[in-house]
Design a protein around this ligand. Structure first.
Ligand code: NDP
Length: 344
């Protein structure tokens, strides 16, 4: 499809999914490029972050962002160049990260989440959406502010080969902890110990609650002081059973629940929070916006000196948006899932 000068393409919701979303729930629409009114600006998106949380915004469930309308564009974080502006804060030619539409162009307003970026400040512009963007920031604040890991403690991380998990796990290593990662499959587990430098890895695939709990006990013989959870389900249940006295659970995400069509099975080990005087606390990275500059500086330092390595999974073109998003839920993404829209 050739894009004319005054139209652009966006990924829209066609049917509200129940359970696992499928490609036919979405469509690619072509619409006119808007003209910004006062207080608005138009961004030509260079990279779009595809996040599991988009799934929550597709259904009638509580979410920290607005529900996506049927026929409306998906929403996510993008990095783009301002191409037209009715807002003095956003000049044509500026690059900004913000919460926009999954589209080649987005009509935007300046919000607390809008952040000007210097493309030259990272090895690749895409890094501003991954390790030096929401992904790295989520790992940073969730682990350090909620998990509060101390040197010598044991930290357990789920989806440890994924975008947020891999950074959280490596920050825990930087803080002097023993770090155990949980991931799906032997290839990902090898990545955890051989590339990300974790102390042990657990492949959860095919394990029931009892076997997963046993695997955590074996990999973390001194128990778990901090659990950074991206998954919920039996991974959370098993981790609760292994918590130490005054353990902390940083509840970052619940991806195993996002596509659950029926009732979610109850947790059996919640009483451990009482018995171990432990704490479970959810968080969203959005609430830390004022502290982003300091955190980004520290993350950039760790990346520069090689103490954090990271993976990006970048697919090209808006037409890849639907299949790329779905890969988050079959585990076939290999790092921070993004779309590269340059050259569109
Ligand atoms: P990832 O790069 O980790 O990709 C998603 C991974 O989740 C998959 O690769 C797969 O890894 C795992 N997964 C998918 N479906 C299931 C399932 N049914 N059961 C168990 N694991 C599954 O994604 P992100 O790093 O972008 O996001 C990770 C988590 O962080 C998500 O829960 C997300 O919602 C949350 N998040 C929270 C934020 C906050 O502010 N609280 C901000 C950003 C993200 P594997 O093959 O190892 O199973």
């Amino acid at each position: 499809m050739t894009l004319s000068q005054d139209t652009f393409r966006q990924v829209v919701l066609r049917v509200r999914p129940t359970g696992m979303p499928v490609a036919s729930d979405f469509a690619i629409d072509t619409v006119p490029i808007p003209i910004p009114e006062e207080g608005e600006f138009v961004v030509r998106n260079l990279y779009v972050s595809l996040d599991p949380a988009i799934r929550q915004r597709l259904s009638q469930v509580d979410s920290y962002a607005k529900l996506i309308e049927i026929g409306g564009p998906l929403t996510s974080t993008t990095l783009g160049e301002v191409v037209a502006s009715g807002d003095p804060k956003a000049s044509v030619g500026d690059h900004v990260v913000g919460f926009h539409t999954v589209a080649e162009y987005s009509l935007a307003t300046w919000t607390p989440l809008t952040r000007p970026v210097d493309l030259a400040a990272a090895a690749s512009p895409s890094n501003h959406l991954s390790v030096l963007g929401p992904t790295g920031l989520t790992a940073y604040f969730g682990l350090l502010d909620i998990g509060k890991p101390q040197p010598g403690e044991t930290v357990l991380v789920s989806t440890a080969a994924g975008a947020v998990g891999s950074v959280a796990a490596q920050i825990a290593k930087i803080k002097g902890c023993r770090v155990v990662g949980i991931a799906g499959g032997s290839e990902k587990c090898e990545l955890l110990t051989e590339v990300f430098g974790l102390d042990a890895a657990i492949n959860y695939q095919g394990l029931d609650l009892a076997r997963l709990t046993a695997a955590i006990r074996q990999a973390a013989p001194d128990g778990v002081d901090v659990y950074f959870d991206n998954v919920g389900g039996i991974q959370l249940d098993a981790a609760l059973d292994c918590l130490n006295l005054r353990g902390r659970v940083a509840l970052c995400g619940l991806i195993s629940h996002y596509n659950a069509a029926g009732d979610i099975p109850p947790f059996t080990n919640f009483f451990r929070l009482i018995a171990k005087t432990a704490r479970i606390e959810g968080f969203t990275v959005l609430t830390y916006a004022e502290q982003f500059p300091q955190a980004l500086a520290e993350l950039a330092g760790w990346v520069a000196d090689g103490r954090i390595v990271f993976r990006e999974h970048i697919e090209k073109g808006i037409e890849s948006g639907i299949s790329a998003f779905l890969r988050l839920f079959d585990g076939s993404n290999r790092g921070k899932m993004m779309l590269d829209l340059q050259g569109e």
